[in-house]
Write a protein that binds this ligand. Structure first.
Ligand code: AR6
Length: 234
């Protein structure tokens, strides 16, 4: 397990992990979560909005993958984020995680804009995940557009230095340049782009409702994402 911040961190399910060191400012977070040195990944529900993946199936996979990875995180935690209190995926995941007794200090849901978690929500996150497109380009909609807009142009440059495109199920870890507003304002040091399965016929590589393939790719996507996060933590 070795490497430097400059190395390309491209992850599929079977990829090797790469280590980086971190020294981020500390901040206060909300409610019952004890603070200080907890390394945090905030992630959106991959594929369930623009890519139209079934929420019930996606929530099963999120809980399954969180359960698998949460015990590998020593002083770190995972936070599933969505924009509204009415979020269907957040309530499904909350209910299923509670049933499985997942440690709520290591995994919880949070309502807020993923690009404003610290400044608006008081939740300090070292890494945020992006539900990317295969070209790894800004724009489109959803969380991808929000993250690229909030991070400024240096995220696009840093991303292209590491990967030009992404296969479904894969992730790439991008250290955020220190002049990015996401870094200076929010304390985010890494963006992890993830490409999930697409069920939307209007978007490239639609799986035409093939949920056998879709579920397998979504599992792979979360494995790649959490493996990427572990590579930062260790
Ligand atoms: N903060 C937190 N969560 C958000 C935010 C935000 N600012 N914006 C959206 N979400 P989506 P996908 C939630 O559509 O389905 C893009 O066009 C949203 O409510 O962003 O994987 C890309 O270019 C949902 O729960 O991602 C791709 O082409 C989750 O984030 C395509 O969309 C994911 O919604 C990817 O589609």
């Amino acid at each position: 397990c070795k490497g430097t911040a400059k190395e390309s961190l491209l992850l599929g399910a079977a990829s090797k992990e790469v280590k980086e060191s971190e020294d981020l400012p500390k901040g206060s977070v909300d409610a019952d979560v004890s603070v200080d040195d907890i390394t945090t990944l905030a992630f959106p529900s991959i594929s369930t909005a623009d890519f139209q993946f079934n929420n019930e199936k996606a929530s099963d996979i999120i809980v399954e993958k969180v359960e698998e990875f949460v015990n590998k995180l020593e002083n770190a935690r995972l936070v599933l984020v969505d924009l509204s209190h009415g979020s269907k995926i957040l309530s499904l995941v909350r209910a299923k995680a509670a049933k499985r007794n997942i440690d709520s200090k290591k995994f919880f849901t949070f309502v807020g804009d993923i690009t404003r978690l610290y400044s608006q929500g008081g939740l300090r996150c070292n890494a945020i995940a992006n539900a990317a497109n295969w070209r790894l380009k800004p724009g489109g909609g959803g969380v991808n557009a929000a993250i690229f807009a909030a991070a400024g142009p240096s995220l696009g440059t840093a991303t292209m230095e590491r990967a030009k495109s992404l296969l479904p199920g894969h992730a790439v870890v991008v250290p955020l340049p220190s002049d990015s507003p996401l870094y200076t304002r929010e304390g985010v040091s890494h963006v992890i782009h993830v490409l999930g399965p697409n069920m939307n016929p209007q978007r490239p590589n639609s799986l035409n409702n093939d949920y056998t393939k879709g579920c397998s790719i979504l599992r792979e996507a979360y494995t790649s994402l959490f493996t990427g996060f572990l590579s930062i933590v260790r």
